[in-house]
Write a protein that binds this ligand. Structure first.
Ligand code: SAM
Ligand code: SF4
Length: 327
């Protein structure tokens, strides 16, 4: 069991399998001049498989594959097949931009992957292309519909960006009228590779909810697990649901059950903290399983209680990009 210094059980790992991406979402990365990690700094699939095995033996029962864009890794399915064999791993989830997932949808279903989060921050094509700085609207849209109709539990992540996509909030919500899908509105966080800094946001979860309420005054809250980062709602008569994720306001730190591991092996015990160590180095060194287990235990033994506390301890973390942290 992984239990942190605040008595929180850590059973959920977000594993970034690459820092590369085929999009350039403007809230996540600068348009150019990105310092991607050298190839030999990235985990190999064998290393990711071994690390996952160790984490699962320590009580982790949920792994979310993220990135960068996970599907830019040609060998990703080798890892997915390995994960699907791990006894005790009950939930293999993926966060993706849905540009490259098409050829793998059938196999993902066969492997028992159920939860797929897709980032789509606009329903309007032009807005989508402006935000992602790429031209993949149709592919993303079609893959989302395919994932939903194939029966995956699809959650669309939509970051509310002042001056960019807030006109799309209500049209995006309309999707939940017709499809069994969850649309989650996220607050923007200042992790964008240094392309912009900010200390406040125009669209926090309260404003998003107030805006939705003007159109749908009768929406009601749904019960959510204690460790959920989203607060979830339903509009009567709609097939799907919607939610807000107060990622900037950070209302959910108290019950945080997650650990992040970057594509280069940095162990991140809190989004707002500096990495506490590098597990890839330990894996590649003499790396006995016992040593790896101890290192993970040590990392979670000194977690900050909240993101606010972590932020006070470590300055300069905001130069990070979500593409290395994994969201
Ligand atoms: N490429 C995949 C995708 O976009 O879904 C996975 C990686 S992406 C870094 C993971 C999540 O981080 C996405 O849901 C994305 O919207 C979110 N994200 C990236 N930059 C963010 C930011 N500055 N603030 C809030 N969320 C961010
Ligand atoms: Fe790529 Fe995801 Fe970042 Fe967009 S949010 S640039 S899709 S890693």
């Amino acid at each position: 069991m992984l239990i942190d210094n605040h008595n929180r059980t850590i059973n959920y790992v977000r594993l970034a399998v690459t820092d590369r991406c085929n999009l350039r979402c403007n809230y996540c990365m600068p348009a150019e001049g990105i310092n991607f990690a050298k190839n030999d700094k990235l985990f190999t699939i064998d290393e990711l498989s071994r690390l996952s095995e160790i984490l699962v033996s320590q009580g982790v029962d949920k792994i979310r594959i993220t990135g960068g864009e996970p599907f830019v890794r040609k060998d990703l399915m080798v890892l997915m097949r390995h994960l699907s064999q791990l006894e005790g791993l009950n939930d293999i989830s993926v966060t993706t931009n849905a540009t490259l997932i098409g050829p793998y949808i059938d196999e993902l279903k066969e492997l028992g992957v159920k939860n797929i989060n897709v980032s789509m921050d606009a329903i309007n094509r032009e807005t989508f292309e402006k935000i992602t700085r790429r031209d993949h609207y149709d592919t993303v849209h079609n893959n989302i519909i395919r994932l939903i109709t194939e029966g995956f539990n699809v959650r669309i992540n939509f970051i509310a960006l002042e001056g960019q996509n807030t006109e799309d909030i209500l049209p995006m919500l309309e999707l939940t009228k017709h499809y069994k899908v969850s649309v989650r509105f996220l607050e923007e966080m200042p992790f964008n590779g240094g392309s912009k800094t900010f200390e406040s946001i125009a669209w926090d979860y309260k404003r998003i909810l107030a805006y939705v309420k003007e159109r749908h005054p009768d929406y009601y809250e749904l019960p959510s697990p204690k460790t959920s980062t989203s607060i979830n709602y339903k509009i009567p008569g709609f097939k799907g649901t919607f939610g807000v994720i107060p990622s900037f306001s950070r209302t959910f730190c108290g019950s945080c059950n997650r650990l992040r591991i970057s594509a280069t092996g940095d162990v991140i015990t809190c989004l707002y903290a500096q990495p506490s160590m590098n597990i890839r180095d330990i894996l590649r060194g003499e790396g006995s399983t016992e040593k790896i287990k101890k290192s993970i235990l040590k990392a979670i033994g000194s977690r900050s209680k909240t993101g606010f506390e972590a932020q006070q301890k470590y300055k300069g973390v905001f130069a990070n990009s979500m593409t290395s942290i994994g969201g």
